[in-house]
Design a binder for this molecule. Structure first.
Ligand code: HSE
Length: 442
């Protein structure tokens, strides 16, 4: 059609997400053209290896290895960085921004660690970075935080933002699988990477938390100060004891305003089976947001995988073509290059309930000694669970204690003392119990 506005797109990285995005843009070009006055036109797909692109049947005319030639083209306005990682991807994004291209990215690690400098570079070049796909795949949580909820006073956010971990924990909880077996299942399902560390050790969730918290609270987040604990040390017996007590285990990314500042943490959490996040199973993600005016809102969907993530990437391309992404970037003062540093508090100041499992020698006075150590630090016991020992074990008998709300620093100090006792046969297991956030609407 002559005279029709076009927005030219280059995709850099033709892996799972890049390939799904390119295929969708090619296959649905006409339907998308009916929706938008500006036509989204995929002009190039850049990769060093074309095997995947060819398997998908992408036109050969789109494929190139020459990123610099792509960046010189005047008919390309959007560069979608879908490589992942923080080395080559960072160089590509910097080059693209410097060449005056808008960037669309799914790269949470890059934005969590280098967001402030990249957004500053975008601002200097009068372009933007759109990043809906970086957090929770198809769930439009970035749009929510930068549009509808941007005027509300957000108090807390609780997210299940890693599908691999949620899949593993669901398999352990629902099918009694060990961690190792559940991880293998996740790998067979194509969810977990061959090296799953970034997912299972909590790093991926922390990247997403840094991005979401910066937008929700309008502050620049120091990624290194986020407390991170993964699911890779969890034992099936603790998940099962938790179930007996009415809890289900989830890896939660938590951002919460407290009096002294912002508490940001990723760790396994026991939540009540009645908690709204409890039924989020398998590879699904969900984010609960508590704000002063809107109360509790919750967002649910597929957080990983080619098609769901490409949905967010293409949505961002449309937002750039429509100009809304640029407008938000210009008008909102919450992006990390312009926002003030957030006041982040340490995990020690967090107050909450705890699940503790201790392996104790079965002899008189043990429970009394433990209760004394806890009591000295103002830690009040809420329940105690001990079974008749099935057999003589050198590891002692498991005693499971839940506490009333206590300060994390006090719990740590008490457990250090407990672990030093000769009659304590293995280091105590400590899992945080999360109560549902009180909804406070005005
Ligand atoms: N590996 C992530 C997950 C998706 O399992 O949720 C990309 O961040």
């Amino acid at each position: 059609m002559t005279g029709r506005k076009e927005c030219g797109i280059a995709i850099v990285g033709c892996g799972t997400v890049g390939g799904a995005t390119a295929s969708y843009l090619v296959q649905h070009a006409d339907r998308l053209a009916e929706r938008y006055k500006t036509r989204l036109v995929l002009r190039q797909v850049v990769d060093v290896n074309w095997d995947h692109a060819r398997k998908l049947g992408l036109p050969e005319s789109l494929l190139t290895k020459d990123i610099d030639a792509v960046l010189r083209r005047d008919d390309i306005q959007i560069v979608a960085e879908l490589i992942g990682g923080t080395t080559i991807a960072k160089a590509v994004v910097e080059k693209a921004l410097s060449a005056g291209k808008n960037v669309v990215t799914a790269n949470k690690a890059l934005l969590a660690k280098h967001g402030a400098e990249l957004w500053a570079l975008a601002r200097k070049n009068n372009v933007t970075i759109a990043f809906e796909a970086s957090c929770a795949g198809a769930i439009p949580i970035i749009a929510v935080l930068t549009e509808e909820l941007s005027c509300d006073n957000i108090e807390a956010m609780y997210g299940i933002v890693n599908g691999t971990c949620n899949y593993i924990l669901s398999a352990m909880t629902q099918h009694g699988q060990s961690y190792a077996d559940a991880l293998k299942l996740a790998q067979q399902a194509g969810l977990a990477e061959a090296d799953p560390t970034l997912d299972v050790a909590g790093g991926d969730s922390a990247h997403k938390l840094a991005i979401l918290a910066s937008l929700a609270f309008g502050g620049r987040i120091d990624f290194g100060r986020i407390y991170v604990e993964g699911i890779d040390k969890l034992q099936l017996q603790d998940i099962q004891y938790g179930q007996e007590l009415g809890y289900v285990i989830k890896l939660l990314a938590i951002a919460r305003r407290q009096e002294e500042g912002l508490s940001l943490r990723v760790h396994p959490s026991f939540i009540s089976t009645r908690h709204p996040l409890a039924w989020v199973s398998g590879p699904f993600n969900a984010i609960s947001v508590y704000a002063e005016n809107s109360g509790h809102t919750m967002y649910y969907g597929r957080g990983a995988g080619g098609a769901p993530t490409s949905a967010a990437v293409i949505g961002d391309m449309a937002a750039v073509a429509l100009g809304t992404a640029q407008r938000k970037f210009e008008e909102l003062s919450i992006f990390p290059d312009v926002a003030p540093p957030a006041r982040q508090v340490d995990i020690g100041s967090v107050c909450g309930r705890y699940y503790l499992r201790m392996q104790l020698e079965d002899k008189p006075g043990m429970l009394a000694s433990i209760a004394t150590i806890l009591g000295r630090r103002d830690i009040s016991i809420s329940s105690v669970l001990q079974r008749e020992p099935a057999d003589e074990s050198s590891l002692g008998v498991p005693v499971v204690i839940t506490t009333h709300p206590a300060r994390e620093a006090d719990i740590h100090a008490a457990l250090e003392e407990v672990n030093r006792m000769d009659s304590v046969k293995a280091p105590c297991v400590c899992i945080r119990i999360l109560e549902e956030h009180p909804e406070r609407t005005v």
